[in-house]
Design a protein around this ligand. Structure first.
Ligand code: TXA
Ligand code: MG
Length: 336
């Protein structure tokens, strides 16, 4: 398949992308979290093409993207708590609600709920509005690989597999949206941490829980099907290290063929050619923005067989960074 390369700073290119979506094509596009791979959510045949292009298991449901939060009424049953959550919409938040009949089974993998999100990044919203259809979109990576946060990542993964790639800015958040499930009238369960943090959600809801699968190995039936898959994994093995810089230097002294993912403060590690910094140890937003690009950079160097990563903090957006690294490592942690 020939893949058209389009640019989101050109109105005619956004219009072209919208036309393609309306006509049943699959089109990758930027959002503030990660690049998505979109199709008209009401067109089952188009949505099926997303699963094929990504190699995604068909039991993992997709997020439906809208241009306004009020459109949720058309596709799901809302409640008062949903409207409190609209404080974070548009933004990096996905809300799981009971679905209406019009959302096809292929989108929700047969579940009776649907995940809805209104992206903040303006060209994304323009695209959805122009297409005038709800847009089902997972991250635009090959299934299991780190999500794409730059146009080049999507070009690397999706050229020849999709009708078009709308290229835009690097993703400012850099990790996928926070996924919350509304339970009853006043309880939220965080299924996947992201840019809208637990602390922010607690401002509008007194009962906010984190699903145990966010920080520990999945056992049993997950609240969100995506939680059971190994994810965000570069080709190299990822191992998380808990310890001081000196302990890490000692630990890696007899190792070979590895890269190190650390922080700006790790001055001695950073003098080595094989280390990349995620940013300052407490700068969780920058760590989130850089994480997937760093993992993909290590993979470009085929000599790197293992990535040793420092365990990030878990405050605010740090929890999202920690969750992605834990998943990339398959919960492989070494305490020094
Ligand atoms: O930031 C994002 O959310 C990006 C951009 C493109 O918007 N999208 C994204 O989609 O990360 P994806 O498919 O990679 O992740 C969607 C997650 C999966 O873990 C999936 O299992 C979960 O949301 N999910 C979707 N629908 C669900 C549902 N009805 N019930 C429970 N979990 C659901
Ligand atoms: Mg994904």
């Amino acid at each position: 398949m020939k893949t058209e390369i389009l640019y989101d700073n050109t109105d005619s290119d956004i219009e072209r992308a919208a036309e393609l979506l309306k006509g049943g094509a699959i089109v990758a596009f930027p959002t503030e979290t990660v690049y998505g791979l979109g199709a008209n959510a009401l067109d089952s045949a188009a949505v099926k093409k997303i699963f094929e292009a990504k190699g995604r298991p068909s039991d993992n449901p997709l997020i439906v993207h809208l241009s306004y939060p009020q459109e949720a009424e058309k596709y799901a049953f809302t409640n008062e708590l949903f409207y409190r959550l609209t404080r974070f919409m548009p933004g990096p938040l996905t809300v799981i609600l009971k679905k209406r009949e019009n959302i096809p089974d292929v989108v929700t993998a047969g579940l009776d709920s649907v995940a809805l999100r209104v992206p903040y990044y303006l060209p994304a919203r323009k695209l959805i509005k122009l297409a005038s259809v709800p847009v089902a979109a997972p991250s635009a990576n090959i299934s299991g690989k780190p999500s794409p946060t730059k146009a080049q990542h999507v070009i690397d993964d999706m050229t020849g597999k999709v009708e078009a790639i709308l290229c835009g800015a690097d993703c400012s958040v850099g990790v996928e949206s926070t996924v919350v499930k509304i339970v009853g009238d006043n309880r939220l369960v965080i299924c996947r941490p992201g840019g809208v943090t637990k602390e922010m959600l607690e401002d509008i809801c007194s009962e906010v829980e984190i699903d145990p699968a966010v920080i520990s190995k999945f056992e049993g039936a997950p609240i969100s099907p995506g939680m059971k898959y190994k994810h965000y994994s570069p080709d190299a093995d990822v191992i998380l290290l808990i310890g001081t810089e000196e302990q890490i230097i000692k630990y890696i002294s007899d190792k070979s063929d590895f890269g190190i993912l650390c922080f700006d403060e790790d001055k001695h590690l950073l003098t080595r050619g094989n280390a990349l910094s995620l940013g300052r140890e407490k700068d969780f937003s920058l760590q989130a923005a850089r994480l997937f690009d760093c993992l993909r950079s290590f993979d470009k160097d085929k000599s790197i067989k293992t990535i040793y990563a420092r365990m990030p903090g878990d405050d605010g957006v740090g929890l999202a960074v920690r969750n992605r690294l834990l998943k990339a490592a398959g919960f492989d942690i070494v305490r020094l």
